[in-house]
Design a protein around this ligand. Sequence first.
Ligand SMILES: [Fe+2]
Ligand SMILES: [Fe+2]
Length: 289
Amino acid sequence: MSTVSISHRKVAFDVSAVPRHWNGGDPVLTRFFDALSVHFPEGERFFIQSVRHFQDQVTDSRLRQDIRHFIRQEGQHGIVHDRFNDVMAGQGIDVERVTANLRRFIRTSQKYLPKKYQLAMTAAFEHFTATLGEAMLKEETDMFREADPVMRAMFLWHGVEEVEHKAVAYDLYQTAAGGGYLTRVSALVVAMLMVHAVVAPVFINMLRLDGALRKPGVVLRGLNRLYGRGGILTGMLPEFLAWFRPGFHPWETGMPEKVAAWLEEYGEHGDPMRASAAVYGDAVIQEAA
Ligand SMILES: [Fe+2]
Ligand SMILES: [Fe+2]
């Protein structure tokens, strides 16, 4: 069960002036997050639906409350990412087609997969987003060191909330859905295959549109920062693979220090830009000085 009380924050970000390659001018590091962003609103709607199938079977009042916050948080993530996705549409990215494809894919999966498996998939995706969220708040990963401050604040807010609700779908799967080990393990494998099959072509297409594929050096350097030794995704592997251990629970990684710092700063001012600067931006400024 979660050790923190989850809150729903109705935030908004002015993304109108965000530069095309907002993550340090690096097309690969930018488009990796852009490709995820395009899929978030539809994906998050799927997570909400998967959880709702079992919501009425929950007897624990704390979990019932957590589910309500989970639904509100994911709903707000969708709203915020939709706004940014409109900016990407203005850059010539066919957001509408990508979204329609994903919607069709999700509808087909919902038709054929048992509800319990859909929830296992949701818990697995949530493990990915929470691990990514925790990694965002670790300085060693350098994920947004040179990022546009608005985009960094947007992803940090989303990342923090993913950490906050990291165990909701998992606990629901284990309790109300009576889910077992083998199903949840297979769900993560299937979920990651899906991420690569669905998101990777969009990611590559964005890079092609930017003309980045004509610069193999830029692409290789970017991919190295994602998948290389000490890369953003490689650095997440130990926490990510913990899922395969029988008896795993999302809260075993606890609440990362910087997530707690973000929550404290946000709690004081209610400003995600300020919370982001406090836990990430200011640290960068201090180091540079
Ligand atoms: Fe989310
Ligand atoms: Fe989530």
